[in-house]
Design a binder for this molecule. Structure first.
Ligand code: CP3
Length: 328
């Protein structure tokens, strides 16, 4: 599940009473503990390392805060070419070493029970937060820059891509067995602009990681990117992670069996009755037939979700999929 370790779990909130979010990310022993919670409590088939997509931007010199209620904040946003001077090419080992240590500790504690997934944001999505100074409704600063000075914004995307390659390569060295790219804001762009602005640095990052770790499966998630499928299906990844807005069967038709699909239960459905969760999970599994399918949510789990409903989803996948796969 996306954000499977998090605020919907009382066991997570218990730890968060003592430490703030960034401290939790930066304390490998605690990050490993939180990573393992959904494995132990819900029985998911993979662990995803507890971290955040924004950490590499902090490593590049952008001050980052998580403020209660506001989500992430960059007090000194990067909005024009001159601002790039404030960013550095970090030494990834010394600035993000806590993530690698958390991966090593987690792999050790998992002892082979389930695989461990590493992740990063895409250059476009990381730039979205850095340029806006946090989350945004309209992304006016980002979009203005993309029209005013696409080459300057392109330089920012390339710099983020360089750091991402090294960051993900080191994650693999530390024990990550699959890698997911999160493109939360890719859907802001139309298909032609996505290809021109967001895709080049993304492909470069993916190819750079592939070069270092040719056998590690790569997953790409884009939110609100149904209109981008003709482009995203060309990405050098093994698996496309699909949001809840598109029927999985339509995506399968567009992608074929050459790539696995991941997704895509509406995370809001976990707020509804368990029978409805089961009904929708069954439909999702049927729609995923015709190629590899990783059952998942279509975006992050809501913090209001009852863990019993998350468990109902996991159990439904485990109970229903063998029969459907056999029949299908
Ligand atoms: O279990 C997991 O999935 C691994 C951990 C993980 C987190 N964030 C922990 C987290 C992962 C994979 C992410 C990715 C992430 N972070 C994304 C991409 C996925 C998506 O949701 O689209 C984005 C956009 C971020 C940036 C981010 N981090 C935001 C916007 C917020 C605030 C969210 C909110 O509702 O306030 C965060 C904080 C965050 N990252 C939390 C967690 C568990 C909540 C922090 C807390 O404990 O208060």
């Amino acid at each position: 599940m996306m954000r499977q370790a998090g605020r919907y779990l009382p066991e997570y909130r218990e730890i968060r009473r003592e430490v703030d979010f960034l401290t939790l990310c930066k304390t490998p022993d605690l990050a490993a503990e939180v990573t393992l919670q959904p494995v132990d409590i819900l029985g998911v088939d993979a662990a995803i390392i507890f971290a955040d997509i924004l950490l590499p931007l902090e490593a590049m010199g952008a001050e980052l805060r998580f403020e209660k209620g506001d989500g992430p904040v960059f007090p000194r946003p990067v909005r024009r070419r001159e601002d790039l001077a404030g960013l550095s090419r970090p030494d990834v080992e010394s600035t993000l070493g806590y993530v690698f240590e958390a991966l090593r500790v987690t792999r050790d504690r998992l002892a082979g029970r389930v695989p461990l997934i590493g992740f990063a944001g895409t250059p476009w999505t990381l730039a979205a937060y850095l340029v806006e100074g946090g989350t945004s409704k309209q992304f006016t600063h980002l979009l203005a820059w993309s029209y005013r000075d696409p080459a300057g914004l392109g330089e920012l995307l390339e710099r983020i891509a360089d750091v991402t390659i090294e960051y993900l390569a080191r994650q693999v060295d530390a024990g990550a067995q699959a890698l997911q790219f999160f493109d939360t804001w890719g859907g802001l762009l139309d298909a032609e602009r996505w290809r021109r602005i967001a895709m080049p640095s993304l492909v470069r990052a993916m190819e750079g990681v592939r070069e270092h770790a040719p056998d590690v499966p790569l997953i790409y998630y884009v939110n609100g990117g149904g209109h981008l499928l003709e482009a995203t299906r060309e990405l050098p990844v093994d698996c496309l992670s699909v949001d809840w807005r598109q029927p999985l069967s339509a995506v399968r038709q567009g992608v074929g069996a050459g790539k696995a699909l991941q997704g895509n239960l509406d995370p809001a459905s976990l707020l509804g009755p368990i029978e409805e969760i089961e009904r929708r999970t069954e439909r999702m599994i049927r729609q995923g037939l015709g190629g590899g399918h990783v059952a998942n949510l279509g975006h992050g789990i809501f913090k209001e979700t009852d863990p019993e409903h998350a468990r109902a989803f996991i159990n439904a996948v485990k109970e229903l999929s063998p029969g459907i796969l056999q029949a299908g």
